[in-house]
Design a protein around this ligand. Structure first.
Ligand SMILES: [Zn+2]
Ligand SMILES: [Zn+2]
Length: 172
């Protein structure tokens, strides 16, 4: 995903990937079908402050039943675009806790793919579940209990995780 040169600021930009063209390698994230980014770009000196919303259609792998399922993610993103030279100059003054994307040439031509990729990875749930009451896999025969039932005598499998999941759900 590329940002190009603009003449007046602030500017509102909408970027969209071609279907299935954006790839991310990350555990539990098995595919990304589409990413849309709405950004507001404000210029100050040599820096371009970008704030916006990312919408991503992703395919996740359920941690309980290992089935793949689709999820629409929507979250905020923010980063700063500037030239590498300008950033080096800044470094001496400021602490580096903002995310930077470097642009090149005389225009702001910057590849924001990596910043968006990192943002999506951060937004992926730590314990993805196809549904809150996913029945998971049978611990004895391995059958997916969302689709089939079996006669095995087992305890409910992940009581140990319950506390953590409640925490995660509260965050969402
Ligand atoms: Zn599941
Ligand atoms: Zn079973």
């Amino acid at each position: 995903m590329y940002l190009r040169d603009y003449e007046t600021f602030p500017v509102q930009v909408c970027l969209e990937t071609e279907p299935d063209s954006f790839t991310i390698k990350y555990d539990g994230l098995s595919g990304v079908s589409q990413v849309k980014v709405d950004l507001k770009i404000q210029k100050a000196d040599e820096e371009y402050f970008c704030q916006g919303i990312v919408r991503a259609k992703v395919e996740l792998e359920c941690m309980r039943c290992l089935d793949k399922y689709n999820k629409d993610m929507k979250f905020k993103t923010g980063f700063i675009i500037c030239s590498e030279a300008y950033h080096d100059q800044l470094k001496e003054e400021a602490e580096d806790n903002e995310e930077y994307v470097f642009c090149y040439g005389n225009e702001i031509k910057a590849d924001i793919s990596e910043a968006i990729r990192q943002a999506i990875i951060l937004a992926v749930p730590m314990m993805p579940l196809c549904s809150e009451d996913c029945a998971g896999l049978c611990t004895k025969c391995g059958i997916n209990r969302n689709h089939k039932s079996c006669d095995c005598q087992t305890e409910v499998i992940d009581e140990r995780w319950r506390g953590l999941m409640d925490l995660q759900q509260e965050e969402n």
